[in-house]
Design a protein around this ligand. Structure first.
Ligand code: UFG
Length: 342
């Protein structure tokens, strides 16, 4: 069995990817410092797949510990690197914390790969690298615009660090640029677990509907869009997770055409904030308490993916629609609530 390292494997996208990898027969080892996730996620992964992933808890910014890890696990065939800080607003307040965490960990990993001849890395990038694109949909060749936040800048710089490292090593990389992942596994055993007040739309919707939050604020009703609210390409987290398995298969089977490949991971469909709310209300029967307020600083008007390259070249396509996304997010919120009560 091919051994795959998943950093950040107890996190939101990481945990869903571990499940898909295990179900495809991969031997998964997780490294996570649990700074934004819980150890119980391991049990929930095991409950879904019947296989407990190996797990080591340490911080990948710790160079000696990371070097020691790779020395002990030099049979790893590919790395999927999720572990990173990801809150846009927090990154504005604590830029050095973001640069140190997101970039030092990446450099330690690339060093470990290079020393131990671990050839393949799949990196979590973001559509944030495109800023507000002039042309929609955005393809992988669309221009990279100046980042709107230190968080976004860490993704751009990380892409450059990987590109430069590939020029002087034998490593291969796949950069996956995610659009907006939402939803949860159909088992409702894993999902998004935001600490404190959620920044993102979907957890704020479900927490409002269940009564943890009083009211959802819709940021901006005066965008030049069909209903005045901002548009994003929401993608089911399970579809996103499956794309990682396809990317790993492609690298291990030496199907990559270049040592650096880049794919957009979206559905190709844009939904406005109000359309997501409508979908949620329709699929769950819940009435959402919301109010339209001022725009949130730093938000772009609209973005959605050109999925042609990922569909044709990677051979992957997002399958689930927005209704499946909002319903699965609600089932996850209900399961969390039931667990709290028991
Ligand atoms: N929104 C609201 N109310 C909320 C939260 C969000 O109206 O309480 C709106 C936002 O204004 C935006 C849309 O819902 O129009 C989606 O917002 P999210 O915060 O869920 O997602 P973003 O598109 O802002 O952020 C995503 C990722 C980031 C990434 C960023 C790049 O979560 O990691 O895209 O733009 F950096």
């Amino acid at each position: 069995m091919n051994k795959i390292l998943v950093t950040g494997g107890t996190g939101y996208i990481g945990s869903h990817t571990v499940v898909e990898l295990q179900q495809k027969g991969y031997d998964v080892i997780i490294v996570d410092n649990l700074s934004n996730s819980q150890i119980e996620v391991l049990d929930n992964i095991t409950a879904i797949t019947g296989i407990k992933p190996q797990f080591e808890q340490f911080d990948l910014t710790d160079a000696p510990k990371t070097a020691d890890f790779f020395f002990r696990h030099n049979d790893i065939k590919a790395i999927i690197h999720f572990a990173a800080f990801k809150a846009v607003g927090e990154s504005v307040d604590k830029p050095l914390m973001y640069y140190r965490n997101n970039l030092v960990s990446l450099m330690n990993i690339l060093q470990g790969m290079s020393y131990n001849n671990i050839p393949n890395i799949v990196f979590s990038s973001s559509c944030t690298v495109y800023g507000q694109p002039e042309q929609l949909p955005v393809s992988e060749n669309s221009p990279i615009l100046p980042a709107m936040s230190p968080y976004g800048n860490t993704k751009q710089i990380a892409e450059e660090i990987i590109r430069d490292t590939l020029n002087s090593t034998k490593l291969n990389a796949t950069l996956l640029r995610y659009f907006n992942p939402i939803g949860a596994h159909e088992s409702a055993l894993i999902g998004e677990l935001p600490l404190g007040v959620p920044n993102n739309l979907m957890p704020f919707i479900t927490q409002t509907a269940i009564g943890i939050r009083q009211q959802l604020k819709v940021f901006g009703g005066d965008y030049p869009t069909r209903d005045g609210t901002a548009i994003r390409d929401y993608i089911h987290v399970v579809d996103l997770a499956k794309a990682h398995v396809v990317a790993v298969d492609r690298m291990l089977n030496k199907k990559s055409k270049k040592n650096l490949e880049i794919f957009n991971l979206g559905t190709g469909n844009g939904y406005s904030v109000l359309e997501v709310i409508n979908s949620f209300e329709k699929t769950t029967g819940q009435k959402l308490n919301y109010i339209v307020v001022e725009r949130r600083p730093g938000d772009i008007t609209e973005i959605w993916a050109d999925t042609e390259f990922a569909n044709n070249e990677l051979g992957w396509k997002a399958e689930q629609g927005v209704d499946e996304m909002t319903l699965s997010a609600w089932k996850w919120e209900l399961a969390l609530e039931a667990r709290k009560r028991s």
